[in-house]
Design a protein around this ligand. Sequence first.
Ligand code: PLP
Length: 377
Amino acid sequence: MTYTNLELASMGKVPLADELLGSWEIVPNPHSTSQAERSAALVDLGFGKRFSDHMAHATWTAERGWHDFRIEPYEAIAMSPAGAVLHYGQEVFEGLKAYRHADGSIWTFRPTYNAARLNHSSRRLAIPEFEHEAFIGSIVNLVRQDAAWVPDAPGSSLYLRPFIFASEAFLGVRASHRYEYMVVASPSGAYFANGFQPIDVWVEREFHRAGTGGMGDAKTGGNYASSLLPKTVAHDAGYDEVMFLDATMGTDIDELGGMNVFVVMSDGSIRTPRLTGNILAGCTRSSILQLLRDEGRDVREETLPIADVLAGIDSGAVTEMFACGTAAVVTSIGSLSSRDFHVDLPGHETTKAIYDHLTGIQLGTVEDTHGWLYRLA
Ligand SMILES: *Cc1c(COP(=O)(O)O)cnc(C)c1O
């Protein structure tokens, strides 16, 4: 098999966490949450609602490059109302998790994939790149500082959100001359409130999230902004998620706007849309493809016309579909609907097996044959 540039970049060697300690200056939060308060906060987690006591923060200027690497108190940030990101959306982000294993140790999953992807996104948005080692260093030092915020309930984790935004106070249209890199950490439970429940998906025909030459394969807020109106309409109509089709012909499955899509066939083969440039190259997608290939499964990355998938569901050739991403891991798709069709997907067996395999690796209960786990603490 051939690897993508992100997969190749993610195989690079990274120093052990201990060697990265001290690479970020620690400025402790004088108002850190008390243990009692934190224990209470870690009970009913939800997703992305609570934040730990610290955040990572570095700044880029043309004169100094990236500098002032600090783990500092989590607090509101001051920015000029003319800050470029507020006007032109020059921003990229990442998402990864810190998992607590049964022995209390803390791990993350393929962090160099995220480091490489952050730079891939940054290049598209004319943002200066951030070194892999500094990226991993920010995660290591933040998680060590806020280790008590890594929950241990089943399905829970400390969700890490690295991001870079244009902070120069300037309204002219050009790439900013100042940027902030930050990581915030959010103790989180399962992404979907009702656990491993199949989701109902609305297939969107009117709006697209990204088109050829756009930013579809960059992890940037702008793509999410364009998905929010269709998502709101679909939510109001009772659907959990929106599936976007390609913007050129409107015939082929792209992704869910925050999750990649897989189709399981009755002959045991598995298909997923190929990386056209309009799709975000998910780390979860990459990991699932690798695990299925390890098993000798027939896995294909190809154009998936929605009409063929609907016909396949009708004929029984398609047995399952699922969506995947770091936040929600692997989620079974229970139905697909649009103005002129509604189909149910009965099976979830293969999806559940993939979910179990992947989460098993992440939680240290299934062998990690690819060296994807990275010990943080
Ligand atoms: C982050 C993201 C995904 C999933 O990527 P993972 O690396 O698996 O978390 C899929 N689609 C979009 C648009 C995304 O932003």
